[in-house]
Design a protein around this ligand. Structure first.
Ligand SMILES: CC(C)(COP(=O)(O)OP(=O)(O)OC[C@H]1O[C@@H](n2cnc3c(N)ncnc32)[C@H](O)[C@@H]1OP(=O)(O)O)[C@@H](O)C(=O)NCCC(=O)NCCS
Length: 174
């Protein structure tokens, strides 16, 4: 059974494997933690940063909630939810970030994560979420449209990982 759980020490090794797979495959659409920083102390070293993000106390960061995706004890991916709509969300990162470890892609996890993630967004009292997707990211476009994403527009965007690119914006009404 696929579950979205809060970050916890038990799954740090799985999280590191997932990050390593994305790094090894040069995935630019979603940049997780650099696996070289994930050591035995990492979870506790970073805990207060994630706690502050949830409380809106991390400078320059929208309120954000981080979940890990587990299927029958196996680490599959992650899901991030941002519950506010500042410029950074509207023009760059969107309300939702999600990724599946490369060895588990194409098995339906992406759609299931977004489906479960939208339920979490509802529980947070959100009425809609904005997904921002690189125009070339066919898999994510497919997932978003399958879960009710309505294309809003396509804008110019630029970041370190993806360079200059076109960014599709979709609303999903909850
Ligand atoms: C986007 C992502 C989460 C999708 O997860 P996934 O588990 O592979 O997705 P699913 O197995 O649920 O399949 C999604 C759909 O995309 C389709 N798809 C996958 N790769 C595709 C491609 N290169 N071109 C077109 N369609 C593609 C699948 O066929 C499926 O559609 P269908 O069910 O209608 O057949 C995953 O590819 C990923 O982690 N990518 C890197 C990080 C990322 O891009 N995150 C999103 C940033 S906006």
């Amino acid at each position: 059974m696929v579950e979205l759980i809060k970050r916890c020490p038990e799954y740090v090794a799985g999280y590191k494997e997932y990050c390593q797979e994305l790094y090894d495959n040069h995935v630019a659409y979603f940049r997780p933690t650099d696996p070289k920083f994930i050591d035995d102390e990492w979870f506790f070293r970073t805990k207060s940063w994630y706690d502050r993000k949830e409380q809106g106390l991390a400078e320059g960061q929208p309120i954000s909630f981080h979940y890990w995706v587990i299927d029958n004890g196996k680490f599959i991916g992650e899901f991030q939810l941002r519950t506010e709509f500042p410029e950074k969300v509207m023009l760059d990162i969107g309300s939702i970030g999600y990724a599946v470890r490369v060895s588990e892609q194409g098995k339906g996890y992406g759609k299931e994560i977004l489906r479960l993630g939208l339920e979490i967004a509802k529980q947070h009292g959100m009425e809609k979420v904005l997904l921002t997707i690189n125009d070339e990211n066919k898999a994510s476009i497919r997932v978003c449209e399958a879960l009710g994403g309505v294309w809003k527009d396509t804008i110019d965007a630029c970041n370190d990982a993806e360079g200059q690119h076109l960014l599709r914006r979709y609303w999903i009404t909850l």
